[in-house]
Design a protein around this ligand. Structure first.
Ligand code: FES
Ligand code: FES
Length: 173
């Protein structure tokens, strides 16, 4: 199941008005306003990882095929490698670093640990961001979980354990 982003230009400035050199961009990331000076072509993933030192979001393919870079924009999951950073102005970006509160892991993070839902862990931040979102989207049936997580690949093939973690959070167990 592909993951589509919101209409990001709705509230942001028109892309044709700025650049092509570096421009000032203000993003709200995990509830904090962040200021960058970047070229308009910079992806949200590179802005997060290379400019804001938020390296939880992973770069697997950098072309929208693996889901390792999954973050939320206004609560909806998107692929940060296919999203321009400057198009996110006026929207709230949430990364895996913003998932836990006060040092307490999110229930989905705990479930991934409890269910041994990772091996190398490279895909895990994206899996967790997608998993929390899919439950919020209402895709809670056993048969739906795999389908709505299918945009997040795991080279270690931890899929049965990942689905078990999602079910555990769904069931509150
Ligand atoms: S790094 Fe974005 S989908 Fe693979
Ligand atoms: S745990 Fe290794 S790629 Fe998923």
């Amino acid at each position: 199941m592909s993951v589509r982003g919101p209409e990001l230009t709705e509230h942001g400035p028109g892309l044709e008005e700025r650049g092509p050199g570096p421009v000032n961009v203000t993003l709200s990331v995990n509830g904090t306003e962040r200021h960058l000076h970047i070229e308009p072509r910079v992806s949200l993933l590179d802005a997060l990882r290379e400019h804001l030192e938020l390296t939880g979001s992973k770069k697997g393919c950098d072309q929208g095929a693996c889901g390792a870079c999954t973050v939320w924009i206004d609560g909806r999951r998107v692929l940060a490698c296919l999203t321009l950073a400057m198009a996110c102005e006026g929207h709230e970006v949430t990364t895996v670093e913003g998932l836990s509160a006060d040092g307490e892991l999110h229930a989905m993070q705990k479930a991934f640990i409890a269910e041994d839902a990772l091996q190398c862990g490279y895909c895990t931040p994206g899996q967790i961001m997608a998993a929390v979102a899919l439950l919020a989207e209402g895709h809670t049936a056993d048969g739906e979980i795999g389908e709505w997580m299918s945009g997040n690949l795991c080279r270690c093939a931890a899929y049965p354990n990942i689905r078990a973690a999602v079910r555990a959070v769904r069931d509150g167990s």
